[in-house]
Write a protein that binds this ligand. Structure first.
Ligand code: ZN
Length: 181
């Protein structure tokens, strides 16, 4: 590419790859999607089959994470929160099934029948977290034993399961909380 021509002199004829891609994307969104999927498929394929490529990509991701540490943290926090919320919506809504509390920060996904530590369940399924939420969202885990409950009701649920009736009652005062918001 001649260096002494400016872009305007070339009448927009010369476009860098990323500019060309941007234009292609906006002008042919359908074609772009097919193209993007093909590229991604090829990348996944290479990642799976070429150890060298895999190592290179891992290093790239690592250095990128270091460079954009704060952004990365922010993004992954937002992603986790989104997945958690979506998992709860899949299970019937962001609301405690016992007391009706709907403050997202207080809610958890609960096993109706607690699964024992010794049960032969994969760590992802046992401990929760993004992996677990993603399985719920994508319908890859049996949700019959799962429910959304607030931490307070969850604690009581656990105590009742372990010791029987404890004499506690959980009352969530919705009006008070909504008034404060
Ligand atoms: Zn509750």
């Amino acid at each position: 590419m001649p260096q002494n021509f400016t872009k305007s002199q070339l009448g927009g004829f010369y476009l860098s790859t990323s500019e060309w891609l941007k234009r292609f994307k906006s002008e042919n969104p359908e074609k772009y999607r097919v193209f993007r999927d093909k590229v991604n498929q090829r990348r996944h394929e290479r990642y799976r089959t070429e150890p060298e490529y895999r190592e290179r990509m891992k290093k790239q991701v690592q250095s990128c994470r270091r460079k954009y540490h704060e952004k990365w943290r922010e993004y992954s926090r937002a992603y986790r929160e989104r997945m958690r919320q979506r998992a709860m919506e899949t299970l019937g809504g962001t609301k405690c099934v016992y007391c009706g509390c709907d403050i997202l920060d207080f809610l958890e996904i609960n096993h109706k029948n607690p699964i024992g530590r010794r049960r032969n369940t994969s760590p992802t399924v046992r401990h929760g977290g993004v992996g677990f939420w993603s399985l719920i969202v994508h319908g890859k885990v049996d949700t019959a034993n799962l429910e959304v409950a607030c931490r307070v009701c969850n604690a009581l649920h656990y105590l009742r399961h372990r010791y029987g009736e404890t004499g506690h009652r959980v009352i969530w005062n919705a009006r008070q909380n909504q008034g404060g918001a």
